[in-house]
Design a protein around this ligand. Structure first.
Ligand code: ZN
Length: 267
């Protein structure tokens, strides 16, 4: 397996000259099909861990799910999401009012916590945060970061299903899930995800700087969530997001505040 991985790595580097030019930090040795397989396995792992990831049952909350999917569909149909048709883009809500977070796995499985939905005030804010997470998956930041953190071998073993010991194979996937939840992206990846949140929202009727409203709000939070602490400073991000919207000349101005409040009350 190690031998194969080395050949694969070499091949990927030789073939991926374009990514190579961007430097080691941005090098992605995985083909897109591996993001898809990794996402499938991680989402399966999350589904099997109801204690850690209590999924809000869709049968009891069909309107909330319909509402969140309406938001992600608008983003995905913006014409700006590169892997729109390749990735799964499935949405799940995690019932945890204390966690202000959302994340997307490689391959586009999107998770949003009830804590985040309840914390925000308007639909365009949630759209901005979801667009940011979609960007991490679509721009393939997560696979790049996971490779850096866990090494190539473990990810290859998972996507190629090459570990026959079931217990070991499950433990490997579990490692990826855990890493993914607390995944710290580089500053440049965060800045790029912020920029893409505006690019994705720009063709929609939402105010394209929805993510900035989230950072404005969280800036005043006495206990900001742990995942936010290493991000670039909130005020810088707000400024850059507004700047990107102005640069692109985005015309959308809808916030859908009352509709958002109505959905929040259902949770
Ligand atoms: Zn991020």
């Amino acid at each position: 397996m190690k031998y194969f991985a080395s050949i694969f790595l070499l091949l990927s580097i030789t073939m991926g000259c374009k990514s190579f030019k961007k430097g080691w930090n941005d090098l992605n040795v995985f083909p897109v099909s591996y993001d898809i397989e990794l996402g499938k396995q991680v989402s399966g792992d999350i589904a099997s861990k109801a204690k850690d990831f209590p999924i809000l049952p869709e049968s009891q909350y069909p309107d909330v799910y319909r509402y969140i999917r309406k938001i992600t569909s608008k983003i995905l149909n913006s014409g700006k999401v590169e892997n729109k048709s390749q990735f799964a883009w499935e949405v799940k809500i995690i019932k945890d009012d204390k966690t202000l977070n959302a994340f997307a796995t490689p391959g586009g499985y999107i998770y949003v916590y009830t804590g985040l939905i309840k914390y925000l005030d308007a639909e365009d804010q949630l759209a901005g945060v979801l667009a940011h997470e979609i960007a991490h998956a679509d721009r393939r930041h997560s696979t790049k970061q996971l490779t850096k953190l866990l090494g190539t071998q473990i990810l290859l073993d998972i996507v190629l299903n090459s570990v026959s010991d079931k217990k070991q194979a499950n433990a490997n996937i579990g490692k990826v899930t855990t890493a993914l939840i607390g995944l710290k992206f580089s500053r440049s990846h965060e800045a790029e995800a912020d920029k893409y949140s505006v690019i994705y929202l720009c063709p929609t009727d939402y105010s394209a700087d929805g993510a900035a409203a989230f950072f404005e709000k969280i800036k005043n939070n006495p206990t900001p969530p742990e995942w936010l602490s290493t991000h670039p400073s909130s005020s810088h991000r707000v400024k850059d997001i507004h700047g990107e919207k102005a640069k692109l000349g985005c015309k959308g101005n809808r916030h859908y505040r009352s509709e958002y409040q109505r959905i929040k009350k259902m949770l």
